[in-house]
Ligand binder design. Sequence first.
Ligand SMILES: Cc1cc2nc3c(=O)[nH]c(=O)nc-3n(C[C@H](O)[C@H](O)[C@H](O)COP(=O)(O)OP(=O)(O)OC[C@H]3O[C@@H](n4cnc5c(N)ncnc54)[C@H](O)[C@@H]3O)c2cc1C
Length: 564
Amino acid sequence: MPAHDVLIIGAGLAGQRAALAAADAGASVAIISKVHPVRSHSVAAAGGINAALNPEDSWESHAFDTVKGSDYLGDQDAIEIMCREAPDEILWLEHAGVTFHRNGTGHLGTRAFGGASQARTYYVADITGQAILHVLYERLMQHHERVDRYEEWFTTRLLQDETGACIGCVARDIRSGTLEVFNAKNVILASGGAGQVFKPTTNALICTGDGIAQAYRIGAPLMDMEMIQYHPTTLAENGFLITEGARGEGAHLYNAQGERFMEKYAPNKLELASRDVVSRAEQTEINEGRGFPDGTIALDITKVPRKRTLEALREIVNIGKDFAGVDITREPIHIRPGMHYIMGGVKTDFDGQTPIPGLYAAGEVACVSVHGGNRLGANSLLDTLIFGRRSGDHAAQRARGIAMPKSPVSVLSDAQAEIDAILGRAGSGSPGRRISEIKNELGETMNRYVAVFRDAEGLATAHAIVQRLKQEAPNAAIDDKGTVFNQDVLAAIELGYMLDVAEAIVMAAQERRESRGAQFRTDFPARNDADWLHHITVSLNGDGPGLGTAPVTITRWEPQERTY
Ligand SMILES: Cc1cc2nc3c(=O)[nH]c(=O)nc-3n(C[C@H](O)[C@H](O)[C@H](O)COP(=O)(O)OP(=O)(O)OC[C@H]3O[C@@H](n4cnc5c(N)ncnc54)[C@H](O)[C@@H]3O)c2cc1C
């Protein structure tokens, strides 16, 4: 059995940054990823990463914008740490080799992003995530003596000792189908978000909420699960993202009557209000009949000089051509709000620790909570790196004081029995529906009832459908009975994770009877600080979810009315 001081599940930006920090602190590290690390979803991040690095900017201003963006649900102590540490992290990345854009004077250049009072987003054209991920991976390879990489290994569950501490995981080598038990003094979950719970989504097929469900299943509380970000500019056909960088560079939004409607909803920030505000404005225009017949709004990127678009937004030039047949440098492209990001996740402190000893979480799987009710664009890459690094460092220090745990051999046979049970199911044509059909129904349900606007009736419908799908999922058809790259088995396990995550999202959304950030309840349209200025938690209680609360930390910014 492999045994390490620090075992990291996930090799996106959070996981790789955690691995580098833990290795630098002297720990022996393993990093597991169900895809090759540079195919992790962080590779899709486009627009950039925030930091108050310019002399005329300040971390306090960045922190206030983040608190306001969160609709005062973000924990201000964690936000202060993230914003204070951001400038050094950007410089660390730059020195590591990330080729951030430089302006005409040769200094690091910024672009504007939504909800920010200063242009403080650092970027590499519109491939910022790819640029950072590749540099981190080069560094990881340099650390090969300390970091063992398990690429295309799928973690099926977390392991605990008799005291409840997390002591490792079980993972399946996707290439051979072999199961292995990994022992570890500490486990860091860095397994990303859960966008596939919705359909469509901007997230890749691999974003199935595995880590959120795995942590929940061993008793870790989830927090802010009701807070689902709909991004204002996604393609109607397939959910592909048109980066906020487009509006940052000067693109405008118009309804079908040619009105620049953001003048009504956010007269000061216009298209660069925070995402929840812009998405709601678009959906209101569409719902009230001022959208286009295909249920969209127009994003006009021709306002940006063509040369600049071709230089700084070249990926979305390609996306426009390839997936919508539109040359965005010459004509508007039709977009609508689409599911993009989950603000909630596994509850942690600002060193990534969960309440379960030995279990950490960082990145989109986690909820520190720096995003609260609504994440500002370009704050997520920052979150992954700051709290990934802090988790890796803290876990390495913790490893020094404890002995290596060892899981009983029976763990492996139990895990194998679970896989065998999946393989033993009937194939399609049997009464069981295909996994993809159940997944589609889940995604479309969530996108219909748990979207930009919500109400009690719709949420109750979503809850009932999720319960029915949970009953159905264990009998979904399995066609592939082989061992090599068996995606059917993995999809069956992922479906179970997605249903757990969906249940937590819906129940938290039902519980929060007010409107705040990304949660807009048409039956409770006002923010209500007197009753709801707290986090909602979801924890496993017996066989099902139990709801609780956690206080919001306020350090210096008292809640105010939020206008842009
Ligand atoms: C299209 C798009 C554009 C974006 N642009 C920006 C941007 O410009 N700026 C910004 O700040 N944010 C942006 N975001 C958000 C940001 O990219 C993500 O929140 C962030 O990259 C998540 O990083 P992560 O390390 O937490 O997870 P990921 O990068 O998703 O990595 C998750 C890792 O976990 C592994 N994993 C998952 N489950 C398992 C399992 N069961 N077993 C083994 N391994 C597993 C995966 O293989 C992967 O390695 C964007 C998001 C999208 C969808």
